[in-house]
Design a protein around this ligand. Sequence first.
Ligand code: ADP
Ligand code: ASP
Ligand code: MG
Length: 437
Amino acid sequence: MKILKFGGTSVGSAERIKSLLDIVNPAERQIVVLSAVAGTTNALVEISKAIINGKQDDAKQLIEDHKNKYEALIKELFSTENGYKRGKELIDYHFNLISSLSNDLFTHTEEKVTLAQGELISTTLWHLYLEEIGISSVLLPALDFMKIDEDNEPVVPFIKEKLETILAQHPTNKLFITQGFICRNSFGEIDNLRRGGSDYTASLIGAAIQADEVQIWTDIDGMHNNDPRIVKNTSPIAELSFNEAAELAYFGAKILHPQSVFPAQKYNVPVRLLNTMDPQAKGTLISEHGGKKGSIRAIAAKDDITAIQIHSSRMLLAYGFLRKIFEIFERYKTPIDMITTSEVAVSLTIDDTTNLQDIIREVEDFGTVDVDRNHTIICVVGDFGVNTHGYAARVLDAVKHLPIRMISYGGSDNNVSLLIEAEHKIEALRSLHNRLF
Ligand code: ADP
Ligand code: ASP
Ligand code: MG
């Protein structure tokens, strides 16, 4: 069985929703994961912000504007009166729900319910459209099987058991549709897998049911060797290993949700990145084997990084020092991305600064602490095993005109990372691109 995920632009208009059938063959048994219509989740974030800030009138206006967009979309999507009527009931139901949430106490719980509406709408719209044109499909509510625990980690055994039970109830059905992004948390509340999370949904489903392949259909022909929004003349990479793809996704390649490679990797399910606008294009295949060995593959950048340097003479010849430091970050559930050490100091980076003040207060027990916000990690991914040479020098040579705060090499065979001030990001990406490719 294959899992096909379509992102926001791939379902971004009535025409695009209709064209899904150019790619999806309803006669094959498969699960199709849909994102919200492009722009919807952003709009729902805006609406939530307005409500939280007490700007009820702004929220009302935003809700109305967005509802109007959907009214136009359903007019184009459905060709029968009954189809349109059902589409209209759907839109009314969801937008009434959003409005009613905005009238009451609006906490993070209501915010997450609001954010979930986009995927609930897009999947049901497609299901209704298919019904209108006589194609049978089964809508699988993601909220029945997609679950995260108290650490926001997906509970794969639960997802597997639930999904298998549901699929077994439909032995002859072929086309299953479900929502990306949304899930339930450990309290049973509606939650989500963070922005861009539909990729993660697809990969989790692929892992849970041991799919033959996960296909991520988006608006570009695969993983490019640099950020195409910033650098000209980037090109798609035909094959990547799971490790290379995971590093790129984690370090900022927006085409994939940061965590989405791990479930597929763990259960060895190949992932293909494909272009909805150009379905014949080869795209990128992410698998155990990966592509060309011994080469630089791609560059990505992760923004909003905070660097923390801890200076302490107690580190000198001591053991157990790093453990004590790491324990503090662990207690505050704050992941560390990069780390470099010397005999008297350790520098590390984080991107989640929710608990930064508490962390610094505790770390100060061990030495002097310097904090620098507004940094970017530039990550160069490739095959840099022990038998290769010269790559690190080429990377550093390409950015020798820029100040570098940290360098990380050798953590894995796949990555050289640099920490720079955010203002140098564009220049670093362009210069690396020109010199490495
Ligand atoms: P979707 O809505 O389908 O999930 P996204 O916007 O999340 O699509 O991801 C696709 C976008 O990712 C592309 O349009 C591109 O601008 C951006 N992107 C950033 N880095 C890369 C990269 N290295 N390769 C390909 N696309 C990238
Ligand atoms: N709709 C969600 C978002 O915009 C999830 C996704 O598109 O992957 O973040
Ligand atoms: Mg995305």
